[in-house]
Structure formats: structure tokens, C-alpha cells
Design a binder for this molecule. Structure first.
Ligand SMILES: Nc1ncnc2c1ncn2[C@@H]1O[C@H](COP(=O)(O)OP(=O)(O)O)[C@@H](O)[C@H]1O
Ligand SMILES: [Mg+2]
Length: 412
């Protein structure tokens, strides 16, 4: 079997690379990819050795399925592969041995799952659901803790920052969880200001030098809305062009994960490296939109884009400012028809929002406690935190599993 496909970012589905030694397994992977409607699976002849060669030469896939039967010492062989595996990549090992010790060793190494042959589509699907994330590098419990929620607006002004701040406020103050709010619009972000906080230069410095990033450096950039709600934001001079790569996303999250339950990221609407990486790592990936036709088009495009980057995240579409006459609404039913998706949340337009939140410097659910908008944002927080679950332990309804195990990505 030669390489059957190239890894292309345009195709639907995550980048899957399978390095296999037998036809039966290859057929199972083909069936599995077809069942998931993934069109960019690459199936390559050979096991760990082939995987090594592929990872050295090509862009890393999101998911690697690797046959370990060709390795004399599979644990050692996968350990050697670890350096080539980026943190968000998941690894499912397959082989003929059905041996608990081997399984444990592989799990310890950070492999997402081990499947004894013959592998089946059902077993692969189970793996995908329960995958714990693997990079060959080993994920610690500490880094697995936080949920990462990314929000991007389909258009400017739809209320992404309002929703991000409101959600963070509800999780921190109503559910008593530790939250970090990150505004990645280093030039125009208004998240900090919306909470009456003044951004400093620390975030940009930290993001520009990810190798140096640690809790102390990031701690000095943190703004404190309260002990349980901390904010990272910037207000860089427009003349400057901060140089931020995807590595900054991994670095900032690895620090924040250590003591946060939730990391909520307000994403700017330009799709640069760090934004793409954040979406890839997100456990819940949201698009915020109004109900206009113009926003419908971009909601559709963004939702599809998000699913390619982060296929196993919980994807949500949040309509905001619903009922605002000036936004050119087409109505919920028509909007859902155009987009081909159901709205997960519909936050009504509250005419006093802008004035009340800006004059009090507080999040919407705090400023307009009894409003329907506050209730809807609160419902989102409850979905993420789990309704009657004590703090620190969230058992989410199965319908809404943002911490859905992170094959393909996360260390979250
Ligand atoms: N549900 C709402 N009802 C009324 N006004 C809202 C609502 N959500 C946001 N706004 C207002 O809309 C404006 C833009 O909100 P913002 O969150 O900054 O948007 P974005 O981050 O998408 O650019 C702000 O003045 C904000 O107060
Ligand atoms: Mg904004």
C-alpha cells in the first residue's frame, strides 16, 4: 500500500495519518474515516518506522493511528516518536498483543488508546469518544483539568466580548470555579475595559516569547476582576505588529491550566496562527452571531472551519442581540435554515446593556441580573459546569461534553 492521500487542510475532517502493516486494519481505518465523513485520511504502509518517517517529512496530523507490531519494543519505539508529536496530536496504537501491562505502559506514555487487532469501526469510534489525548509526550492530570472555551464573532459588534465576559462572570461567581479570560485581540480588545480593568504590556511579552513563559511571567500580566476571575488582555500601540506564533497558545494554556477550571478565549476575527491553534485546542468552540443574513453566511463558514480544526470539540452557535430591530434580523427559523444548524443559545437584545455595563464596569449578568440575557448566559455557564455538581468536579450532561476527551488535541 502506498500513500493513498495527501494530508490537506482543505478537506473535511481532521488530518488523520494511519501507519499500518496489514490490509484488514487499513480497511477498518478506511471504513472508520468514511463513517466520520473525514476526507483527508492518509493511510501508509508500515508501522512505527513509517510513522517516524512521515512525521519527520510532513505536517503533523491531528490523529496518528500506528501499528506497533513491527517494533520489538513498542514502548521504546513510541517514546522515540514522541519528540515528533506536537502536544495537540493524539496517538492511537494498534497491535496483535492483548496485554494489560503493554496497555498501561502505553497509557503512561501519553498514548490516547491501544486497540488490539482486529480493529473495528466501533472500537475506533469508542476510542475517539473516550480518548484521553495522547501526544506520546504524556499528559499530566494537572494539565488535563481545564476546559478551554473559544468564542469568535461571525461579525464585529455582535457581542462576542459581552458573551465571553458574561460567561466567565457566571462561572466564576455563580459556580465558584476559577476562570481565566483571555483576550487575543492585542490591538483592539475591549474585554479588560468592559470589566473596568486596565491592560498592561505583560500579555504581549509573554506571547511573543513562549519559551520563557511561566506562571510568574504570566502572573505579572494578570488582571484581577476577583480572585476567581482573572483576565489577560493587551492594548498594544497600533503601529506595532506583535509577533505571535501558535506556540504561544500552547505555552499560555499550559500555564493557565495548572490553576484554572475554565479558560475562556475571546478571539479576534483574523485567522492567524495563534487563533487557529486556540480553536484546535478548544474543548468548546463557539461562534457568536446576530440573526442577520450577512452574519449567517459567516457563521456557516466559521462553524465549518472550526469543525475542521477541532472535530471533537463541542461546537456551539450563540445568537446574541436577538430581537434588535437595527441588526437586520431574518428571524431564528430562517437563520437556522440558511446556516443549516440549530442555535444553541439565543441571547435577547437588552436595550440597557451598553449603558449599564459600561457605566458600572461589570459583566452583563452582574449589571442586569434579572434580564433574560443574563439568564441565557447563565444557562450556558450551567451547561459547561454541570447543573448540580459541586465545584471542582463537573459531570456534564452527555449532550454537552466540552471536556469530551481529547483525542485530536488537547491536553485539556
Ligand atoms: N444582548 C445584548 N443586548 C444589547 N446590547 C448588547 C448585547 N450584547 C452586546 N451588546 C452591546 O453591543 C456592543 C458590542 O458588544 P461587544 O461585546 O463589544 O461586541 P464584539 O466583541 O462582538 O465586537 C456593546 O456596546 C455591547 O454592550
Ligand atoms: Mg470584542
Amino acid at each position: 500500500m502506498a500513500s493513498e492521500n495527501t494530508l490537506t487542510a482543505q478537506a473535511t475532517g481532521p488530518r488523520l495519518l494511519a501507519c499500518l502493516s496489514d490490509q484488514t486494519s487499513a480497511q477498518a481505518i478506511r471504513d472508520f474515516a468514511a463513517a466520520q465523513r473525514w476526507r483527508n485520511a492518509a493511510i501508509v504502509d508500515g508501522g512505527v518506522v513509517a510513522a517516524h518517517g512521515q512525521l519527520q517529512q510532513n505536517t503533523a496530523p491531528n490523529l496518528l493511528i500506528v501499528d506497533i507490531d513491527d517494533a520489538e519494543d513498542p514502548v521504546q519505539a513510541l517514546y522515540a516518536l514522541a519528540d515528533l508529536c506536537p502536544p495537540e496530536m493524539s496517538v492511537i496504537a494498534i497491535g496483535h498483543r492483548n496485554d494489560l501491562n503493554l496497555y498501561r505502559d502505553l497509557m503512561e506514555l501519553g498514548v490516547t488508546d491501544y486497540l488490539p487487532k482486529p480493529i473495528t469501526v466501533a472500537a475506533l469510534e469508542r476510542s475517539l469518544r473516550r480518548g484521553k489525548r495522547g501526544s506520546g509526550g504524556g499528559a499530566t492530570e494537572e494539565t488535563n483539568k481545564a476546559q478551554v472555551i473559544t468564542l469568535m464573532g461571525a461579525r464585529g459588534g455582535v457581542g462576542t466580548t459581552t458573551v465571553a465576559a458574561g460567561l466567565a462572570w457566571c462561572i466564576a461567581h455563580l459556580h465558584h470555579r476559577s476562570v481565566a479570560l483571555l483576550d487575543l485581540d492585542l490591538h483592539f480588545g475591549n474585554l479588560a475595559l468592559s470589566l473596568d480593568l486596565v491592560p498592561g504590556p505583560g500579555l504581549r511579552e509573554a506571547l511573543e516569547y513562549p519559551a520563557r513563559m511561566d506562571a510568574r511571567l504570566l502572573g505579572s500580566a494578570m488582571l484581577h476582576e476577583s480572585p476567581q476571575l482573572r483576565v489577560l488582555a493587551a492594548e498594544e500601540p497600533l503601529i506595532d505588529q506583535p509577533s505571535v506564533t501558535a506556540a504561544a497558545a500552547d505555552a499560555v494554556l499550559s500555564v493557565l491550566r495548572a490553576d484554572c477550571d475554565f479558560i475562556i478565549v475571546d478571539l479576534p476575527r483574523h485567522l492567524d496562527e495563534i487563533v487557529r491553534r486556540m480553536i484546535t485546542i478548544g474543548t468548546t468552540v463557539g461562534v457568536v452571531t446576530d440573526l442577520s443574513l450577512a452574519a449567517a453566511r459567516d457563521t456557516l463558514r466559521l462553524a465549518e472551519f472550526n469543525k475542521v480544526l477541532s472535530p471533537t470539540a463541542k461546537h456551539v452557535v450563540i445568537a446574541n442581540q436577538v430581537g434588535a430591530a437595527h441588526r437586520g434580523e431574518v428571524g431564528r427559523t430562517e437563520f437556522e435554515r440558511v446556516v443549516g444548524l440549530n442555535l444553541d443559545l439565543a441571547i435577547p437584545f437588552e436595550p440597557q446593556t451598553a449603558l449599564t455595563t459600561s457605566s458600572t464596569g461589570t459583566a452583563l449578568p452582574a449589571a442586569l441580573r434579572n434580564s433574560k440575557a443574563a439568564a441565557e448566559i447563565g444557562a450556558f455557564a450551567t451547561l459547561l459546569c454541570g447543573a448540580e455538581v459541586p465545584a471542582k468536579r463537573s459531570l456534564l450532561p452527555t449532550k454537552f461534553l466540552p471536556s469530551l476527551p481529547g483525542w485530536l488535541k488537547r491536553s485539556a
